[in-house]
Write a new protein. Sequence first.
Lengths: 213, 75
Amino acid sequence: MKLLPKKEHQYIGARMNFIELNLIESARRGDSHGLNRLFSQHQRYIFNLMLQLTGDVALADDLTQETFLMAFRKLHSFRCQASFRTWLSRIAINLFRLEFRRKTKHYSLCLEKITVPSHQDNPERVVIKSELQWCILHNLQQHLPNKYREVLVLRDLHHLSYKEISEILGWSVSKTKTCLHRARQMFRQQFVNNKCKAFADDYLCICEGMLEL
Amino acid sequence: MHLRGDVRIMNCEEARALFSEFYDGELNQEIAQAVKEHLADCQECREEYKNLKKSLKILSKLKILEAPRNYVSFN
């Protein structure tokens, strides 16, 4: 077991809270409570990040599992200089990039896989919502290069700061800003090119134009 | 970008290059004000910025899902 050296505590700063630090120390000792708590606190975030990047539920599922297995194997090397979530995100993004390099296959999107059930909605509304989900994921997957997708998802879906994003992606803050700008332009342009009705009036449409692609 | 009195004047290209940071509220007050002034004067850029905001609003509709399974057990 390895406790954090005193010096490292000086770098932790406000982003690493005391409770999380204790959980990490406990997980490093191999304590299942610490491991399970860290896992349950971050698994939803990592799964969604991977789903938004890959557009594939099964693959996102696998990458989430791999992320946690690798993170817990490498926990001793976590220096607490970034938040645990930032560190975990970096592992997940690296696994995503590796997966993409390894397989050049096209991941198909399946509407049923991303249906969002809701007890309050009637069936027609559920279908419309699912189509919208498909539409957004399709735009992300098919029209944005990986680096633009990564920055857009981290900023506009997970609301991370420029600094956090640059730490996760291994970029300068300046590169993060430039890529985010281009990613947003590209994302917007697809809706414009496909004549999404949302751009013709104030109504948020279900993007029939996109569905015809 | 040039000065008209005390106000900085931007052209379309300069303003559009700053839309992303303007949207995030990351510009300093003076530059943000110059973007605002440009948007007030230029209908094309206003349209362009409105479309950017709409597309990001659509993106925000992507739901956060529950992970489908409990992956690993550490007991």
